[in-house]
Structure formats: structure tokens, C-alpha cells
Design a protein around this ligand. Structure first.
Ligand SMILES: [Zn+2]
Length: 210
């Protein structure tokens, strides 16, 4: 008999005991949680001004790695969006603006200095350093975030840990998921199940159509 028990649950961690579920399926859940559940991340940056010592490319790379709060109901993956536009639309991309300057002393520009057009898609914390500015230096840019998957780039991974733990009993495992904070850990788990269901449905449709 299949049973699923939540042993531990918080916004960032969930531990679930899976009974009566084969190792292959339990492991699929673990892998899909890492690589197939989408999150928001900055993917396109237009640098308007940068007199810091850091190259534009490095600033862009650092911006991409900042975890953003993710609303999977409101936003579409670009490939699934009706707009079919490479530029995106309000349903598949979010603009974040950074405009910072150091005047009389050295200033560290942090994730909290990014202003998101949708406050629900802001950085999960405000204190991730992006760049240091010396007096007189300035940085001004527009960053575009979109949904993506960990299979495309690690910056879209929703998990910092997704582990299958042996309990020593046959067909019983514990799945431990730790979220980076863009989604609740429980949502990562539920979305992983939905993704597997959807993939199996597509597979059976293809078989029936053949
Ligand atoms: Zn769109």
C-alpha cells in the first residue's frame, strides 16, 4: 500500500516518508524537484551605465544567481506563453531596475537595491552583494527575469538539496527537499509530482496516437 507522511515541514524544508513506492519513482521525484520545477531568475540584462570595476558580464552573471520569489500561477514559461515573442510579455517576464551611485563613501550595492515592477518577484533577501562602488562610481541597468528550469541552467534550480534517504526497509524512503527560497519546499514537492504526471500523460497520448 502506498503512503506518504510529512515528517517535517517548514517554508524552506520538507521531509517526506514514501512507503510502497519503488526506488525508481522516488528517485524520479528527487530529480524532477531539482531540474524540472521552474523558478524565476534574471536572464537578460541591459547595462545603461557601469563605472564600477566589475565587467558588465560579471555583473549580469551575479544578478542571474540571485534567487527571486516565484509565482508559478501568475507567470508562464516563455515557451508556453501565448505571446510567442522573444521579448516576452507581462505574463512571462518581469523587469527589475537597478540605479545606484556612491557619493562620498564606498557603497555596496545589494539585492535589495533592485526594484521589481512586480513586488511578488523580488529577491528573496535584501542583503546579497552585487557590486561595490567607490565614490563617484555608478551603476544603472534593466534586468529581465523569466521562468526557467534547472535542466537549462543551475540558476533556475528551486532546491539547494534534494536527497533520497534509505530507511533500511523495502520500498520505503525519505525524500528531503530544501528550497533556495524562491518557492515553498512543499510547493517544489507538489509541482514535481504534477510534472511527472504530466510527462506520463503526454507519453501515453503519444503511444495511443501512434
Ligand atoms: Zn509572454
Amino acid at each position: 500500500m502506498v503512503s506518504i507522511d510529512v515528517i517535517e515541514s517548514s517554508p524552506t524544508r520538507i521531509r517526506i516518508r514514501l512507503k510502497g513506492i519503488g526506488r525508481a519513482y522516488a528517485n524520479a521525484l528527487r530529480r524532477v524537484a531539482i531540474s524540472q520545477v521552474p523558478t524565476m531568475a534574471i536572464d537578460d540584462v541591459v547595462i545603461l551605465e557601469n563605472s564600477s570595476v566589475m565587467f558588465d558580464e560579471l555583473v549580469s552573471h551575479r544578478l542571474g544567481l540571485i534567487p527571486l520569489k516565484t509565482d508559478l500561477v501568475r507567470y508562464n514559461l516563455p515557451e508556453d506563453c501565448d505571446c510567442k515573442s522573444a521579448l516576452g510579455c507581462p505574463k512571462c517576464r518581469v523587469l527589475l531596475v537597478l540605479d545606484a551611485e556612491a557619493t562620498d563613501r564606498v557603497r555596496t550595492v545589494n539585492s535589495g537595491d533592485l526594484i521589481a515592477e512586480d513586488p511578488e518577484t523580488k529577491p528573496i533577501v535584501d542583503n546579497i552583494p552585487i557590486v561595490k562602488l567607490a565614490p563617484g562610481q555608478k551603476i544603472k541597468l534593466e534586468a529581465y527575469a523569466r521562468l526557467g528550469r534547472g535542466s537549462e541552467h543551475a540558476k533556475w534550480q528551486p532546491t539547494s538539496a534534494s536527497v533520497l534517504i534509505e530507511t533500511g526497509k523495502p520500498d520505503e524512503f525519505e525524500l528531503y527537499i530544501e528550497s533556495v527560497g524562491s518557492l515553498n519546499a512543499s510547493e517544489v514537492f507538489v509541482r514535481a509530482i504534477e510534472k511527472i504526471q504530466k510527462s506520463l500523460q503526454e507519453f501515453s497520448n503519444q503511444v495511443l496516437a501512434a
